[in-house]
Design a protein around this ligand. Structure first.
Ligand SMILES: [Zn+2]
Length: 467
């Protein structure tokens, strides 16, 4: 029935703002052509809720941990220990963004490898998109640089639409297009700023033009359109310097951009989206092993308590010796661990997320349904999945809304942030002209849905389930 699918990634679109605008009738094209005949599903993105890693679910059906791309920045402790120059740490901010596709585990396949005649627009994770199928391979950098210098990100979104309409003339089976403006405008101001809201309305205009084009080509009834987002954002006016914290604990940190200073470092700090960070520690015998919670306590006995003294720090997850994590907050302490797809959740005293009592064994579906309407939707499941990546931190911080975890070397200053486990970052809209059962879903579920609608097999390693 469908022979074409288009994913529009409206980067940084927050579910509650989107819902309010729909309710007010401010997004008439999205309502008329997508929601009314199709679906608007309540959804969560993935942890870390950041541009880049949170795009992976739409392109692979897998969580960032499953892909082994656990953040915007990460360290590979074993490679770092061996003194490797290449691939021992990474920041996808800037030119290394090209590395994300090759950093993924080789067995993970992208949409461009699985779907013939698939196209990538303004997206850096284009493994398998050969030649012109990576439609903006070179120009993406030019447009990003232009946007950065001029703040005219609305123009970059206009170009994303223009390129999407150009690609339609090539009769593609699948197109993934990133529209960056909402995210960037929110970072430069705050999520409810009029310029940001205006960009939601412009997105509605883009959907109108896309639908007009598909109707004119006689393709509207055979095209499955998805309008999605990779994360929300929250207003940020306080910055907490994790590097200073580590120095004060006699754990001099290795961090971006000062990656040529390696001497005497005892920790590493790899921030993502600015509201989460991966911390890595040097063990007494070197960097190569992961540092578990017991070993961390011998390296720096009070570090977890001291982190929780900081208002900026909301949730601290530390690897433990059982292959999972100990999760701490000012509310309580729990243990999480994955066994196949089942999540084991064990509260020690009181619950760190403030959940009402959960079962100790949870299926993926139950994990989401039971935590859906809380401040931390899907959090234990997401933490457990992230830690399956060998590159994930020994300790992961999720920031308190209102704070981020980076002070120095961030230009221009960020006034909004994302990346954390909080609902304001995790909840996103998923809208489609295809009708689906209305229930809470994850962004990893979109990709297997696209494969199914287009008649492709769904690879067994995928985390998502078709809608
Ligand atoms: Zn984003």
């Amino acid at each position: 029935m469908y022979n074409k699918s288009i994913i529009i990634l409206a980067d940084g679109t927050r579910a509650d703002i989107f819902d309010e605008l729909v309710a007010k009738g401010d997004l008439p094209n999205i309502s008329k052509y997508l929601i009314e005949p199709g679906s608007k599903l309540p959804a969560v993105t993935t942890f870390p809720s950041t541009t880049g890693p949170a795009h992976l679910p739409f392109l692979t059906g897998c969580f960032p941990g499953t892909c082994n791309v656990p953040g915007i920045r990460w360290m590979d402790k074993a490679k770092y220990d061996a003194g490797a120059f290449f691939n021992s740490y990474r920041s996808y901010v800037g030119f290394e963004s090209f590395c994300m596709a090759s950093d993924m585990w080789p067995h993970i396949k992208t949409a461009f490898e699985l779907i013939p005649n698939s196209y990538s627009i303004f997206n850096s994770i284009a493994r398998g998109a050969k030649g012109r199928r990576n439609f903006t391979k070179i120009s993406r950098i030019w447009y990003w640089y232009y946007g950065h210098l001029t703040d005219r990100w609305g123009f970059v979104d206009d170009m994303a639409l223009k390129k999407l309409l150009q690609v339609l003339e090539r009769d593609p089976a699948f197109v993934f297009t990133v529209f960056p403006a909402t995210d960037v405008y929110a970072h430069l101001s705050y999520p409810h700023h009029e310029r940001v809201i205006e960009q939601y309305r412009r997105m509605d205009g883009y959907v109108g033009k896309l639908v007009d084009t598909l109707v004119a080509r006689g393709e509207m009834d055979t095209t499955a359109i998805f309008l999605v987002s990779d994360h929300g954002l929250s207003k940020t006016d306080k910055h907490f310097c994790v590097n200073t914290f580590l120095e004060d604990h006699d754990l001099p940190p290795f961090f971006y951009p000062l990656i040529f200073k390696k001497k005497g470092k005892l920790s590493a700090n790899m921030v993502s989206g600015n509201a989460m960070t991966h911390l890595y520690f040097r063990n007494k015998d070197g960097w190569s092993r992961r540092t578990t919670v017991d070993e961390l306590k011998s390296i720096s006995p009070n570090i977890i308590d001291d982190l929780l003294e900081e208002a900026a720090v909301d949730i601290v997850s530390v690897r433990n010796g059982e292959g999972g994590a100990d999760v701490y907050s000012r509310r309580g302490h729990a243990r999480v661990r994955l066994d196949g797809s089942t999540l084991h959740y064990e509260v020690k005293g009181s619950d760190p997320f403030g959940y009402k009592k959960l079962q100790s064994d949870l299926s993926p579906e139950l994990s989401l349904n039971k935590t859906w309407e809380t401040e931390y939707p899907d959090a234990p499941f997401q933490i457990a999945h992230l830690l399956t990546s060998p590159r994930a931190g020994d300790l992961i911080i999720s920031a308190t809304p209102g704070f981020d975890l980076r002070v120095k070397y961030e230009h221009p200053e960020h006034f909004a942030s994302h990346g954390s486990l909080h609902t304001s970052h995790m909840r996103v809209p998923i809208v489609s002209n295809v009708k689906f059962e209305e229930r809470p879903v994850r962004t990893v579920d979109v990709f297997p849905t696209v494969l199914k609608l287009l008649g492709h097999d769904i690879p067994g390693h995928i985390d998502g389930e078709p809608l």
